[in-house]
Design a binder for this molecule. Structure first.
Ligand SMILES: Cc1ncc(COP(=O)(O)O)c(C=O)c1O
Length: 384
């Protein structure tokens, strides 16, 4: 089975993990510090923090932005469950705004109408690695006193009008899950230019203690400590950093390979009836190509999208689904009326994710597209 994603791991990561294991320091220490410094430099931001997962990163970002009981956070339904769950964890309420039909990114033009006196933050997701239209969103947020938290789980290495994703909003979150553009096994990152937000997130990621976890490394820090808040055990380990340091060195090369493969896909998919790749945003950007999403015209086919995914898997193509729109999941069904989110609702019937990862060959793309073409032709209603 060709999976939809597979981490690209070289001997450098393996050796660094071995060195870390033999060093006697496995939790937060010198490698985690080096990784954070390298990530901050790569993004051009004052602060980058490693944490235990992308979900943990989102949780800290929402808390740092002071989202609290009764507060509303405007976000997209086309995302992983964490994006909205962390708002609930903070006592807030996610408010879903519809997406753009071509890119499935948050439709920034619809955000203003969703703002209420309870709105505290906007939480866009750079879907599939393609940057949202940040300038109008940042302008609106500034005018209305809202925080901007970016879910860039898909978008490490992406840029918007020449500016790195990670350097734009108040806080940006990344995921280092094994399927992501950079992996640390599990892990997440936070980027911010605000000293105050960085400090809040640093304290909260390690129990709420007024001491960095790495202060304990090598016995350099003070032995005593104070507790400022009921925080979390979300710190980033040296074992994670050992993988991430080498992933970061290869990030651009890995993303370039993703972009090459995506180009091949686009050219080949254009020849297939009833299948459409996502569109491209009109402004200058670098796409991180985290996932390759297509929309299948299920009305022209005699079967539903899930059956197309099942047929692809049967033939050895590990197709995925990103995502079931949040407002269609039991927990969030009462949050929004599907009629208010027509684009996301419709996309939710049509999307599937094709394999895309740096170590794929050009021939793998041909295999995937040939298989998809056969499946679509086999299921197309006569006359469609
Ligand atoms: C859009 C989005 N947000 C958040 C997350 C959460 O990241 P993690 O799995 O590292 O907790 C993911 C990944 O799973 C994601 O795709």
């Amino acid at each position: 089975m060709l999976p939809y994603a597979r981490p690209s791991i070289t001997d450098a990561e393996v050796r660094e993990v071995e060195d870390c294991l033999r060093s006697g320091w496995l939790s937060t220490g010198p490698r985690a510090q080096r990784f954070e410094a390298a990530l901050a430099e790569r993004l051009g931001v004052r602060h980058a923090l490693g944490v235990s997962s992308g979900t943990a990163a989102l949780h800290l970002a929402v808390l740092a932005a002071a989202v609290g009981p009764g507060d509303e956070v405007i976000t997209t339904p086309m995302t992983w469950v964490s994006t909205a769950n962390v708002v609930l964890h903070a006592g807030g309420r996610p408010v879903f705004v519809d997406v753009e039909p071509e890119t499935l990114n948050l439709d920034v033009g619809r955000v203003e109408a969703a703002i209420t006196p309870r709105t505290r933050a906007v939480l866009p997701v750079h879907y599939a690695g393609q940057p949202c239209d940040m300038d109008p969103l940042l302008e609106l947020a500034q005018a209305r006193g809202l925080s901007v938290i970016e879910d860039a789980a898909h978008a490490l290495g992406a840029s918007y009008k020449g500016r790195a994703i990670g350097s734009l909003g108040d806080v940006t979150m990344f995921s280092f899950h094994p399927a992501k553009n950079l992996t640390t096994g599990e892990g997440g990152g936070l980027a911010t230019n605000s000293d105050e937000l960085a400090e809040r997130m640093r304290v909260l990621r390690f129990h709420g203690i007024d001491q960095r976890p790495d202060a304990r490394f090598g016995g350099r820090g003070a032995a005593s400590y104070d507790l400022l808040a009921a925080g979390f055990k979300y710190n980033f380990t040296d074992l994670q950093a050992a993988i991430g340091l080498h992933q970061l060195e290869r990030l651009d090369a890995m993303n370039e390979r993703r972009a090459q493969l995506a180009k091949l896909y686009q050219a080949r998919l254009a020849q297939i009836p009833h299948v459409r790749a996502l569109g491209t945003v009109p402004y200058e950007h670098v796409h991180a190509w985290h996932i390759l999403v297509v929309q299948v015209d299920v009305d022209a086919l005699g079967v539903e999208r899930d059956a197309v995914i099942a047929a692809l898997r049967e033939e050895g193509v590990g197709a995925g689904l990103h995502f079931v729109p949040l407002h269609q999941l039991s927990l969030y069904r009462d949050v929004a009326d599907p009629a208010d989110l027509p684009v996301a609702t419709e996309a939710g019937r049509r999307i599937l994710t094709l394999p895309l990862f740096p170590d794929m060959s050009d021939a793998d793309v041909d295999f995937v597209v040939d298989t998809l073409e056969q499946v679509v032709r086999r299921h197309t209603r006569s006359g469609a």
